[in-house]
Design a protein around this ligand. Structure first.
Ligand code: GLU
Length: 432
């Protein structure tokens, strides 16, 4: 069983979508189920309806799953297991106040040392614990030996006991911390492989330690995907528009192109343009580079352009707001100079809109428009052109410029003879 475990705390980041895609592909390769676990235990950070938005995005990207689990529904298991750990003396109640811990943390900072819990409550006598009415957290005992995580991408990574520390697993308000909820849920769902972002690497020994302490002897495998950097070499954050899947979609990038690019990054695919279905046949975690991947919007634009070319004319037509295949064919011509559906729309819409004619061509445009309105239908552009030229007596720039403007709304663009092929049946709508 594999899982994708998003937190409903903001717009879906491309890094998360990449994790979801990899989980989906590997689940198909291994013929195991993929579950979605909405990690909603941090009530303060949850944003209403973000869970729904995440599931909608997964559907749009064709990421199928067998079940959706809300982590908050497992809190009773988290509590029960924390008590079990206390009972087994593998965890202890900690009565240290938040202020006290904060001052210790400050002290460590001033001394330029990493903060570690001083185990003040680790060995309290039972009588100090049992009737103690002060609020408490539950901490797990620090491990006694190094923890080695075998990672499909990073290789073997070793963590010292002090790096894991005796960390909190249940807060004072009786809610589980992220690491505890995550470790227990992965165990309860019988997860075999966790694929997630490398920002979680330091959590992994903690989660492994929790399960070992609970006597879970199955070793979960890991693959931590390298982070995605922006143009400045910094981690892609909310400040980078392109980090948001929603923004990319609204900006006219196709789901299939976004998927293609996210799978291609830091990878060695056999070809540049492919579908997720094809990637299922060859994707291997062993080929993923250990170093961070750099997000290149121009590469995504190129891939988007290629996927737009692959769409059939009717589909492309719908993306630019029309229904007929001919408009899709016309849009294909404009793929010479547009790479997103938004840019394509900005080329096609002016063809059907009221035209703005520059003063220098006002007279010729009016004359040509009138001739076209009264003209018969011409199958061939050459006949259409000759007819208007003859009727108007115009030629050269005085003919071609205004003709292009009244037919397309622009002064430049693809060859008008080619465009005519696809607009000849719409001349009445174009010249109003
Ligand atoms: N909820 C975490 C996140 O959104 C993912 C946790 C995990 O995959 O283990 O980053």
């Amino acid at each position: 069983m594999l899982r994708f475990a998003p937190s409903p705390t903001g717009d879906m980041h491309i890094g998360n979508l990449r994790v979801a895609l990899f989980n989906y592909i590997v689940s198909k390769q291994k013929d195991e189920d993929l579950i979605i676990r909405i990690e909603d235990t941090d009530k303060q950070r949850n944003i209403e309806s973000k869970d729904k938005e995440i599931l909608d995005i997964l559907e749009l990207f064709g990421i199928e799953y067998s079940q959706v689990i809300y982590q908050s529904e497992n809190v009773r298991f988290h509590s029960a297991m924390a008590l079990q750990l206390i009972h087994d003396k593998k965890a202890f109640s900690c009565f240290c106040s938040t202020e006290w811990l904060e001052s210790k943390r400050e002290e460590a900072k001033i001394n330029k040392k990493p903060y570690r819990y001083d185990d003040a409550c680790a060995n309290l006598p039972d009588e100090l614990v049992i009737d103690n009415l002060n609020p408490f957290t539950i901490r797990i005992n620090r491990p006694t030996k190094n923890i080695i995580i075998k990672d499909h991408i990073k290789g073997d990574v070793s963590f010292k006991p002090e790096d894991v520390d005796s960390f909190i697993i249940m807060r004072q308000d009786k809610t589980p911390t992220y690491n505890f909820a995550c470790a227990v849920d992965d165990m309860l769902s019988d997860i075999s492989l966790v694929i997630r972002g490398e920002d979680h690497m330091s959590n992994t020994p903690k989660q492994d330690h929790i399960r070992t302490s609970l006597n879970y002897d199955k070793k979960i495998q890991y693959a931590h995907l390298p982070i995605i950097l922006n143009d400045d070499g910094k981690k892609m954050s909310k400040r980078d528009n392109a980090s948001s899947v929603k923004w990319l979609l609204e900006d006219g990038f196709l789901p299939e192109a976004i998927s293609n690019y996210l799978i291609l990054m830091g990878n060695k695919p056999p070809k540049e343009i492919f579908s997720v279905k094809e990637a299922i046949e060859w994707l291997s975690l062993d080929n993923i580079s250990k170093s961070p991947a750099r997000f290149d919007i121009n590469m995504l634009r190129h891939i988007n352009n290629e996927h737009l070319k692959l769409l059939d004319a009717k589909e492309l037509s719908r993306y630019v707001g029309f229904a007929d295949a001919e408009i899709g064919e016309l849009a294909k011509i404009y793929l010479e100079e547009a790479s997103t559906t938004k840019e394509l729309k900005s080329k096609i819409e002016p063809i059907f809109a009221q035209k703005v004619i520059p003063d220098e061509f006002a007279e010729q445009s009016a004359q040509i428009s009138q001739i076209i309105k009264d003209a018969p239908y011409f199958e061939q552009y050459s006949d259409f052109k000759s007819y208007i030229m003859k009727e108007s007596g115009l030629k050269g720039k005085n003919f071609f410029k205004p003709l292009r403007i009244i037919l397309t709304g622009g002064e430049h663009g693809p060859d008008i003879a080619i465009i005519y092929k696809y607009i000849k049946n719409y001349i009445g709508e174009i010249i109003k």
